[in-house]
Design a protein around this ligand. Structure first.
Ligand code: AMP
Length: 489
């Protein structure tokens, strides 16, 4: 089911800089702080008013540029870079970004974060019209649309092309004259603008990268907007007025770094508030201590402890040198990854009734393994509390929430999940609790959040995925959609 989804989803990090003597090196540092968004490949395209050049490779940014000469070669005062997360079968070098296109009249570097949900349809139309694709990545689609546009300037061609693309996306594009950054009409995937002391502008998927390179946050690129930076300065324009803010809730729940702000809300603070709401919604009076699963749920666990008045303890230790478990393409390797990644602190959990807070359950692998670890370390009871609602639906907007068949909550009831992971009790935060905890206040559904994975409300539509989605709903998904439909009536 949803085989297509699995090969197309991407959750990545992008960084761009304009007018800096060490543009590619600053981009390297920026990408370093976005490494949590993708570890499978990385690359940088840099240049000046004469030419663009690029280098990319598989692995972490530090591995790709292990030979520092590869970075030194990337001269020029402007650059864009990308760290890539990709699912299995799609991690060949051809798909590593930024792509660098050389045409007879210009060169363009382009990188992309997110997922285009009408890519299949657009590709078909473009191929029928004679386009030849070089990679299996969606990113090329934008470039083909731009080159086929009848508009006369690159900016107009870009605007026209962005209007044809549906889904969650951010793009960075570099020509020898301009750096562009564009955000989808729902603001599903973020871009923030920063400015360095020397006046250089930077663009980044998360504000943590802006801080890392010593820049000051200027503003976000909002839904349906694009930013153009050139020798003439900086402009933010709209390519469409047909927008509705719907920021991916999973950015707050799991993806973003705790020191990043999204739409003015600090990620750590949102997670901590989620933990507090969780403690109110799913208390655990018999517990002695609260622990979190490092790193993404530590903020949530501290909120749970604070709200419930229980001691917040370090019950699990993470080996910081292992990449995220999801990066492993098979279930067997993922399980091995969890074992290498986490250890229980025996002296803390032995004989205790433990509340173990995690940010989310996808397949159930992590919770199952951790409950076992904690019990093997002598924990008396393990009560699992999840600081987000059950992940019932796949994501089509660029977060690897996999296929429906792998989503445990789309296939098992709460009691069955609890039994599967071997916990003494299990509780999830409600949808309303998460919306409240994140605390956006936009005049839009869910106060400006995209809750697609929790409630099946796909704010940017389904396009290529629609037929498959409705044909393959599980009874649990159907019941949830029905509940939402009734609530709307
Ligand atoms: P699982 O072990 O399959 O249940 O995955 C749950 C764990 O993966 C949690 O500890 C989360 O922190 C993390 N996680 C949640 N969503 C994602 C995602 N889209 N990609 C990678 N990891 C995730």
């Amino acid at each position: 089911m949803f085989a297509e989804t699995k090969s197309l989803n991407e959750e990545c990090g992008v960084f761009g800089i304009w007018n800096h003597p060490d543009a590619s090196r600053v981009t390297y540092f920026g990408l370093h702080s976005l490494q949590h968004r993708g570890q499978e490949g990385a690359g940088i395209v840099s240049g000046d008013h004469l030419a663009l050049r690029g280098y990319r490779g598989l692995g972490l940014i530090a591995e790709v540029f292990k030979d520092s000469q590869n970075l030194t070669n990337l001269t020029g005062s402007r650059a864009i870079g990308h760290v890539r997360y990709a699912t299995s079968g799609n991690n060949s070098i051809q798909n590593i970004q930024p792509f660098l296109f050389h045409f007879y009249d210009m060169s363009v570097g382009v990188c992309h974060n997110g997922n285009i949900i009408n890519a299949k349809q657009l590709r078909k139309e473009l191929e029928e019209d004679g386009a030849i694709f070089h990679s299996s990545s969606d990113t090329e689609v934008l470039m083909h649309l731009i080159r086929r546009s009848s508009k006369t300037t690159f900016e107009e061609q870009l605007k026209e092309s962005l209007c044809k693309i549906k889904g969650g996306f951010t793009y960075l594009l570099l020509t020898k004259d301009c750096l562009y950054g564009a955000v989808d009409p729902n603001s599903l995937r973020p871009i923030a603008i920063g400015q360095m002391k020397n006046g250089s502008y930077v663009l980044a998927s998360e504000t943590c990268a802006i801080d890392t390179v010593g820049a000051k946050f200027v503003r976000n690129v909002n839904a349906g907007e694009y930013v153009v930076i050139s020798e003439q300065g900086i402009r933010v324009e709209s390519y469409t007025k047909d927008t509705m803010i719907s920021i991916a809730a999973m950015e707050y729940v799991y993806f973003a770094r705790p020191d990043s702000d999204i739409a003015g809300v600090n990620v750590h603070t949102a997670r901590k508030r989620s933990g507090k709401h969780l403690a109110l919604e799913c208390p655990c009076p018999q517990a002695d201590i609260v622990i979190g699963v490092p790193n993404s749920s530590l903020s949530g666990a501290s909120g749970y402890a604070e709200q419930s008045g229980l001691p917040y303890e370090m019950g699990l230790v993470k080996n910081q040198y292992i990449a995220r478990t999801f990066i492993q393409p098979t279930q067997e390797l993922r399980e091995q990854g969890v074992r290498m990644k986490l250890s229980a602190v025996k002296g803390v959990v032995e004989g205790k009734n433990v509340v173990m807070v995690d940010d989310s359950i996808v397949r159930g692998t992590t919770s199952l393994r951790i409950v076992k670890l904690l019990k093997e370390a002598g924990a008396n009871q393990v009560h699992v509390r999840i600081a987000s609602p059950p992940l019932l639906f796949p994501s089509f907007y660029g977060i690897d929430i996999s296929t429906t068949s792998e989503l445990i909550a789309a296939n098992k009831s709460l009691e069955e999940i609890c039994q599967y992971i071997g916990a003494d009790s299990l509780g999830f935060l409600s949808e309303a609790g998460l919306i409240d905890a994140i605390g956006l206040s936009f005049d839009a559904p869910y106060k400006g959040l995209c809750m697609e994975c929790f409630n099946g409300d796909y704010s940017a539509g389904l396009y290529d995925y629609e037929k498959d989605f409705f044909a393959n709903l599980t009874p649990i998904q159907l019941a949830h959609l029905e509940k939402r439909r009734k609530a709307l009536v």
